[in-house]
Ligand binder design. Structure first.
Ligand SMILES: [Fe+2]
Ligand SMILES: [Fe+2]
Length: 274
């Protein structure tokens, strides 16, 4: 079943939700009963969110008044979703850093990196954001294909945080592309922005995962590294075709067929409570 979201110019369906996720003071950072390395990888991604997502929000909001009128409403709704994502992740990350203050250097390095990226042009910012959204959308598709394997044994609060975030990444998959197309449309800058985004996000996800494996005494676990290697390879197979077609003229993310589980989960588990 294809779930189609509107293009620029059509009424958008990007909703602002507060999924009311609460982590107790003693919430276990190891929230996966059977695949602890998966929790480490997800937690590493979570540590990145209060850096990359505010950068995306700043990049979009900075150019908002220079966008086409039919793009601006979805762009601002998209920025509101991203703001909600990173504020929820920040609350979880506070627990991570409180439990493992030795990881705070990763946070400082990420902050310094995004301060440097902030000095680049507005055009770079929107291209980076469009690339980051392709990465996120590929992550949602990759997860959707393995949802039971990855999340059946996850603690419900962490499960809710990651599924809600990924489902909204599906919902706003076309918004950053429209911002880039409306503001710039320069394909070379788009490729450059996407490549920078891939390098920055992959680097921090990698060192964050290693740091978290170390806190869980799993740094030298062959099984953990085997699983992480398999997940990385399969994710690359998901991401690469999307990255290539995203750079082609005439492509729009809304032409892609969405995964089914995440949007359905969002409707049943979050929307009906709001
Ligand atoms: Fe997000
Ligand atoms: Fe996003």
């Amino acid at each position: 079943m294809a779930v189609v979201t509107p293009r620029a110019g059509e009424e958008h369906r990007i909703r602002n939700r507060n999924p009311k996720i609460k982590f107790s003071e003693d919430y276990p950072l190891q929230w996966h009963r059977t695949i602890p390395e998966f929790a480490c990888a997800c937690n590493a991604v979570s540590l990145l969110m209060p850096h990359v997502e505010p950068f995306v929000v700043r990049s979009v909001e900075r150019v908002a008044d220079r966008l086409d009128d039919d793009v601006r409403p979805a762009a601002l709704a998209f920025a509101r979703q991203e703001r909600q994502h990173h504020s929820q992740h920040r609350r979880f990350n506070d627990r991570v850093y409180a439990a493992h203050p030795g990881l705070a250097w990763i946070d400082r390095l990420m902050a310094a990196t995004f301060r440097v990226l902030d000095r680049r042009s507005d055009e770079f910012g929107v291209a980076f954001s469009a690339g980051a959204e392709t990465i996120a959308y590929a992550g949602a598709r990759w997860t959707d294909d393995r949802i039971g394997l990855l999340f059946d044994d996850a603690e419900p609060t962490a499960r809710r945080l990651f599924l809600w975030h990924l489902a909204e990444e599906v919902e706003h998959k076309g918004a950053a592309h429209d911002v880039w197309e409306s503001f710039s449309g320069n394909r070379f800058k788009y490729v450059l922005g996407t490549m920078t985004s891939v390098l920055v996000l992959a680097f921090f996800a990698f060192i964050g995962t290693l740091g978290l494996l170390w806190t869980q005494r799993k740094l030298f676990s062959p099984r953990a590294h085997m699983n992480l290697f398999i997940w990385s390879c399969t994710y690359i197979f998901e991401f690469m075709p999307l990255a290539v077609i995203s750079a082609l003229p005439g492509h729009h993310p809304n032409d892609l067929t969405d995964p089914v589980y995440l949007p359905t989960w969002l409707k049943i588990e979050v929307d009906h409570e709001l």
